[in-house]
Each structure stands twice: as structure tokens, then as C-alpha cells.
Design a protein around this ligand. Structure first.
Ligand code: PLP
Length: 390
């Protein structure tokens, strides 16, 4: 018999919903056409693609032609940043972002720096929010792009994007604003037209769609240089035969997530708070990373100084509890988290932090199991730690 798994790593990825799988299945064996073909099978595929695009546009409040389907959130972020920078380089070479973006943004920025662009990285305060005063002072005449994530993937803090857009547009109406909303989708209300953002990235596998499908919102009129050259798919902006099955599944997943949003959020906030309160009460000197308020319903990152994050993760895994020490992408390198460092945590807290990320399937029984087992694990690990015993 397989061990019961308590999956608390939903910020890394989620399992595919039954409704999403059902939506996808016809496109593998019956409606398998290429949306660019002129015959009936192609027309069938093109119709499915355009229906999915319309559905997503309706759900996120934008125009269908403002949706570009991509392969992953990382591609959407690369495309937004490199595509905008290279399209606008005659206007300037200055970009603003923050110190705690996802690696797909951070490393795109590094690549742009190598290409001669200048990047200002905004500081993060102890509560996990970007510095709006620094933003105000940093926007210049030659600032072509500002990229600030809507919600952070390691600590869950929601950034004041509306204010970011107001500040940027007031100081320089020509500066584009991009936001990585990969973790926010399905949890926060997203009204693209109302928000006034120029570019926004989303990914399917964080909301119960499969891995390998995502999208970039590009406001009408915004110029982007393509990353992938080839055919004329996605309005000539992203070549490659469209993955209709996954795109249809993604559209369904967004629909389900938004329909269930308030009910799921209520449930997850209750469980997340129980987890935070229980752990802080039972484990001396543990602390929540980031503020209590303005966080995603799903994420709680907690520091257990004196215990090594990877050791905690392995001990929990042995009990069937899946968590993470930081973002899934940087886990294997075992480098200390740039997000936790940006928060200004001391080394023991950076190295002893665990991210718990819930989803709609999480239960009170699962949270109780963590609360029953983790305090003992931390106690044992601390007893073995020379740095803690000192
Ligand atoms: N942005 C954020 C905030 C994320 O959490 C992730 C995934 O962890 C990504 C971007 C990358 O998305 P994908 O895994 O689809 O490339």
C-alpha cells in the first residue's frame, strides 16, 4: 500500500483537476488537428483555440487578441522582459524590478544586463513589500520597463501593484509595467482592463492545469520582439504549433479556479492561519516570514532557526509530508534563498525556513498531522546543531 501523502507544496505545482482532464481528452485522439491547417480537422482545432482564448479573455477582462499562449510561466516572463526591452531599446536602457522576483525574471534581467541594459532592483522591507518611495525616485525618462510580481512565490506577500502602476505612469507614461502573476492567479481577483497593467504572466500548473501551458497578457498596442521565430501562430508573436489540449485545459482551470475562488480562499485562509498559529505557539523562536496580512491564502513561510531547512524537509518527507525550502526552481542548487535574504533575515532563519503551500484539497486533519509532528523534529534537529547550542 502506498504511503498517504500530505501535499503542502502547491506553490511548486498542483495536481490536474478532473474537470480539466476531461476538457483536454478529446484533443488527443479525436480533435487532434493543427490549428494552422486549412482542412476540417484544422478548422476544428482553430475553433477550439479561439474559444479557449475568448473564455480566458472574458475571465480576466481583456481582449482575446491580448492573450498569447506560451509553454510556461518562465517563458512568459522571459518574453515580457526581453521582448519589451529589445522592442523599446531606442527609448532607453533602464529597467526597474525588485530583489525578490522569481528566477525566470531575475535571470532574464541578468541576461539583459549582459546586453547593456541597466537594472535597478527595489529593496524589500522586513514585511515583504517593495519600497514604493524608492520606486518613485527610480523611474527616469529612459526607464522603459518596470517588472514587479503580484504575489511572491516563497513568502506569499501580495505587492501593491495598483500603486506601482499609478506611480510609474505618473512619472513616465511611456514606461511599461509587467507583473508576474503566476502565484496570484485563481487566488486574487484579476481585472486586466481595470488594473491597467501592460504585460502580465500566468501559468497553468499552479492552478490544476497541466505543466507546459501558460500565457502572457499583452495590452493592445504594446510592442514586443518575439523570442521564438517560425510560423505565424499567436498573432505572429510566438511561433510553434499550439497545444490545443493543454490550452483548452488551462482555460477550464481558470474558469474553475475563479468560480471557486472565494469559497476556496476562505477555507485555505482558515487552515493556513491554524498552521501558522500552531507552529509559532509550539516551536520556540520560530517566526513567520513576511507580514501577517496581505498574503496569499495559500502560502506560509516559517523560519525555524537552529534547524537546517533541507533536514526538516527530508524528515517531513519521511512522514509523507511534502513541503519546500524555497522556490522549486532553486531548491536543487541548495543556495540560500534570495527572497529570504532580501527580507533581511539572519542566516539561521534563512537556512531554517520552510514554505508550506496549501490548496483547495488541503484538510484540517493534514494540518493537525503537521502540528503534531514538526515540533519534535525541530527539537531534535536543534539538539544536533552546534550553531544553535552555542
Ligand atoms: N513566477 C512565479 C512567481 C512562479 O512561482 C513560477 C513557478 O514556480 C514561475 C514564475 C515559473 O512558472 P513555470 O513553472 O510555469 O515556468
Amino acid at each position: 500500500m502506498s504511503k498517504k501523502i500530505i501535499y503542502l507544496d502547491n506553490a511548486a505545482t498542483t495536481k490536474v483537476d478532473d474537470a480539466v482532464l476531461k476538457e483536454m481528452l478529446p484533443y488527443f485522439k479525436e480533435k487532434y488537428g493543427n490549428a494552422s491547417s486549412l482542412h476540417s480537422k484544422g478548422i476544428e482545432a482553430e475553433k477550439a483555440l479561439s474559444e479557449a482564448r475568448k473564455k480566458v479573455a472574458g475571465l480576466l477582462n481583456c481582449l482575446p487578441e491580448e492573450i498569447i499562449f506560451t509553454s510556461c510561466g518562465s517563458e512568459s516572463n522571459n518574453f515580457a522582459l526581453k521582448g519589451a526591452a529589445h522592442a523599446l531599446k531606442e527609448r532607453g536602457k533602464h529597467i526597474i524590478s525588485s530583489k525578490f522576483e522569481h528566477p525566470s525574471v531575475m535571470n532574464s534581467l541578468r541576461a539583459l544586463e549582459e546586453d547593456g541594459f541597466e537594472v535597478t532592483y527595489l529593496n524589500i522591507d522586513r514585511n515583504g513589500f517593495i519600497d514604493l518611495n524608492q520606486l518613485k525616485k527610480s523611474v527616469r525618462k529612459d526607464t522603459l520597463l518596470v517588472s514587479v510580481m503580484l504575489a511572491n512565490n516563497e513568502i506569499g506577500m501580495i505587492q501593491p501593484l495598483k500603486e506601482v502602476i499609478e506611480i510609474v505612469k505618473q512619472k513616465n507614461p511611456g514606461t511599461l509595467v509587467h507583473s508576474d502573476a503566476v502565484q496570484a492567479l485563481g487566488k486574487l481577483k484579476i481585472d486586466l482592463k481595470g488594473l491597467g497593467v501592460d504585460l502580465m504572466s500566468f501559468s497553468g500548473h499552479k492552478i490544476h492545469a497541466p505543466k507546459g501551458v501558460a500565457l502572457l497578457f499583452k495590452k493592445k498596442g504594446v510592442a514586443l520582439k518575439p523570442l521564438i521565430h517560425g510560423g505565424e501562430q499567436e498573432n505572429k508573436l510566438r511561433a510553434g504549433t499550439e497545444n490545443i489540449a493543454f490550452i483548452a485545459g488551462f482555460a477550464k482551470a481558470i474558469e474553475v479556479a475563479l468560480n471557486e475562488r472565494s469559497e476556496n480562499n476562505k477555507k485555505m485562509i482558515k487552515l493556513r492561519n491554524k498552521l501558522i498559529d500552531g507552529l509559532l505557539e509550539k516551536i520556540p523562536q520560530s517566526s513567520l516570514n513576511g507580514a501577517r496580512e496581505n498574503r496569499l491564502p495559500t502560502i506560509a513561510s516559517i523560519a525555524f532557526p537552529g534547524a537546517e531547512g533541507e533536514s526538516i524537509l527530508l524528515r517531513l518527507d519521511a512522514l509523507g509530508i511534502c513541503v519546500s525550502t524555497g522556490s522549486a526552481c532553486s531548491q536543487k542548487s541548495l543556495k540560500p534563498s534570495h527572497v529570504l535574504k532580501a527580507l533581511g533575515l539572519d542566516a539561521l532563519r534563512v537556512h531554517g525556513s520552510i514554505r508550506f503551500s496549501l490548496n483547495k484539497h488541503s484538510t484540517e486533519k493534514e494540518i493537525d498531522f503537521v502540528l503534531d509532528n514538526l515540533p519534535g523534529i525541530i527539537k531534535e534537529l536543534r539538539e544536533m546543531s552546534p550553531a544553535w547550542r552555542k
